[in-house]
Design a protein around this ligand. Sequence first.
Ligand code: GDP
Ligand code: IMO
Ligand code: MG
Length: 428
Amino acid sequence: MKADVLLGLQWGDEGKGKVVDVLTPQYDVIARFQGGPNAGHTLEFNGIKHVLHTIPSGIFRPDAINIIGNGVVIDPGIFKKEVDSLKARGVDVHKNLIISERAHLILPTHRLIDAASEASKGKNKIGSTLKGIGPTYMDKTGRNGLRIGDIDSPDFKEKYLALVNKHAQLLKFHQYEYNLQELEPTWFEGIELLKTFQRTNTEYLLNQYLAQGKTVLAEGAQGSLLDIEFGSYPFVTSSNTLCSGACIGLGLPPSKIGNVYGIVKAYSTRVGSGPFPTELLNETGELLRKAGNEFGSTTGRPRRCGWLDLPSLRYTIMLSGVTEIIMTKADVLNVIDTIKICTHYKHKGKTIDYVPYDVADNTVEPVYVEMKSWKKDLTKLSNIEDIPLELNNYIKFIEKELKIPITFVSVGPDRTQILNRTSVLQAG
Ligand code: GDP
Ligand code: IMO
Ligand code: MG
């Protein structure tokens, strides 16, 4: 078997959690491969709304095995909170969650360094979620990090203190004031809880699962445009959010990757700083924010809203070899009269259809086509045949431009609010 990969193709919050939840019945295993609690993946079903940060979105399906892969960074305190809130919903997380021994730990001091670093950047700040993600990956690549496998070591406390002492010097340099004693008890409680979970070399396990014919879905976090290599650097996250990140973050060879689902919101949003060519800094942007309830699942910050951006989607589709697109939040666009779609950019006097190197310097201006919206409630639709003509035109236009089929259209946050387009695609 090959593992399928599910990724956000924009700046995160495309609705990955919802779609993973919808697809989980088709899979034996759901595996997170990068990022950490900067992610907020929302699932809604039976009137319940739940946001997951570190734990894969298959956790509510009792038969699915959930894996936190080696590429993920874990904050024990946040992990404990997640486990507790799942327990309160009657979910026995111990039964079907397995954690990689190689996953790195976010220390309380990583979070402090994140805050100090952002404060020092002033108006150039990244707009980080301040969960310590950047500093933890810095220690990983700097070969200083602590890993899940270390927590059983008799000298774990000494290793922890050695790293904290290094961090203290950095925090002193930043003249950052803090009280570590306040943060440590929760963190160490989390460490004790982590010890009660199945921890193993998940790279062997996943490859064995595939050899046994089990189906695996790799769940991406953040979005492709936040990728450390190809995103709008430096306004990015610190991990590889693309399909190749699933190979590294789970220990899967590239030849073992099957379908790549690209999740695309029907418009664009971004939280934090950085370029956003199609951003709407006007009433229409406000309208989308309100209708789409565009406030961060992790930080509660208002999300910046704008039109769909095809040049950036062409880029992220290319980078991950996306095989099918799942469109989310189509229902939200019904508040708009005329929808715009950015098909090209104007860049230094030329019309281009790619993302240039200097995009972070706000050098591109979008070129739009306009389409009529449907102005109809989609949230109660259950059959793709019943969608309004204008939505069908919107979907077909995007498919033609991106040359990738749109296989599902999500029309609301609930697990049941999704339309399967397979029959339409088969009919041609
Ligand atoms: P993720 O990080 O990609 O998992 O996305 P988030 O959970 O951060 O943000 C997506 C938000 O949109 C959540 O509040 C979801 O409940 C909601 N959502 C997902 N799909 C749809 C949809 O098709 N329509 C509407 N209206 N909301 C959706
Ligand atoms: P999910 O998985 C949206 C953004 C932050 C900031 C930048 C760097 O829910 O889609 P970091 O905390 O990683 O140092 O922040 O990346 N960011 C996200 N935006 N969704 C996310 O995750 C994000 N995770 C990080 O807002 O701009
Ligand atoms: Mg999110």
